[in-house]
Design a protein around this ligand. Structure first.
Ligand code: ADP
Ligand code: MG
Length: 287
């Protein structure tokens, strides 16, 4: 039988948008040593806006580069895609679309092979580009993606996402109770560094591919810590499962919500603190 106090806590939680799906994980929440947060859509709003478009190919206008990218992205569900689509007035028809997990998106436009990809993808493929043309933008900690047309790097698009104000407050409160705060992201080093600095995180992992996220959680657990993971995306599900306490934030993907031990319905990062408080209050009463 469920002890009455736990049932009452679960009901109070549910009323406040804290869905407890796994009771033993909820109990472990009072002893969390470290929390690993996903960046995009968790610590940040996940609403990207395009700030710059740079043409490397002098024969192409920036509007045209953006249009090719928007065409590909009209098939993608990544938060970066939304930002690029909104920035372009029009788009072309796309054939053979496919996502490149954690790296970009790909398709055929006007008979040309078009990709929108991360800096990491270019590095892996050994594709070079005029780095000096985006040096200033990169140093501002913006997310940069590249537009490849028939393997030629036509240009770059810079995007900015907004840090949730609640993220900063949460991290300072967690640090007060001695919980270590880390971030995990597929995004670039300079972006991770900027966000981590803004929020006051203890540590971060950047450029992490979807398949590597769970092993990063394992690595932190290997330090002898009880680890919670907070995320929202499809790519986060294995990491949520690996963590001692998997917390899905808000209206995230179904996969993340199904894998999580606890779901924070209101998408407010401060609810992570509410879960810890509720767990401590619940299990304190029982002894
Ligand atoms: P995060 O950990 O921030 O959720 P992802 O693993 O989803 O990041 O993506 C990592 C990186 O891969 C992005 O920062 C971007 O460079 C690239 N990427 C992924 N999907 C797309 C897409 N649809 N269009 C452009 N770039 C993408
Ligand atoms: Mg994500």
């Amino acid at each position: 039988a469920i002890p009455l106090v736990v049932a009452v806590s679960a009901a109070i939680g549910a009323r406040n948008g804290l869905l407890i799906r796994n009771r033993s994980a909820f109990e472990r929440a009072r002893n969390i040593d470290a929390i690993v947060f996903d960046k995009t859509g968790t610590l940040t709003k996940g609403e990207f806006g395009v700030s710059d478009v740079v043409a490397f190919d002098e024969k192409m206008k920036t509007e045209e580069i953006l249009k090719y990218a928007a065409s590909i992205e009209s098939n993608s569900e990544h938060p970066i895609a939304r930002g690029i689509i909104d920035a372009s007035d029009s788009s072309y028809q796309v054939e053979n679309f496919s996502a490149i997990a954690g790296k970009g998106a790909h398709g055929t436009v006007n008979g040309k092979d078009v990709k929108v990809v991360s800096p990491g993808y270019l590095k892996e493929e050994g594709i070079s580009y005029p780095e000096d043309k985006i040096k200033d933008i990169a140093s501002q900690g913006k997310t940069i993606v590249f537009v490849l047309i028939d393997r030629n790097v036509a240009g770059a698009i810079a995007l900015e996402d907004i840090v949730r104000p609640e993220s900063k407050e949460l991290v300072s409160r967690l640090k007060q109770i001695g919980v270590k705060c880390l971030m995990l992201t597929g995004d670039q080093e300079q972006v991770a560094e900027r966000v981590a600095g803004q929020i006051g995180l203890d540590e971060y992992f950047a450029g992490v591919l979807p398949g590597e996220k769970a092993s990063r959680i394992k690595e932190v657990q290997g330090r002898g810590l009880i680890v919670a993971m907070v995320g929202d995306g499809i790519n986060d599900a294995p990491a949520l499962a690996q963590a001692d306490i998997g917390i899905a934030i808000g209206a995230g993907t179904d996969v993340a919500v199904e894998t999580a031990d606890i779901v924070l319905v209101k998408s407010n990062p401060l609810d992570v603190m509410a879960i810890i408080d509720l767990s401590r209050a619940t299990y304190r009463k029982m002894v």
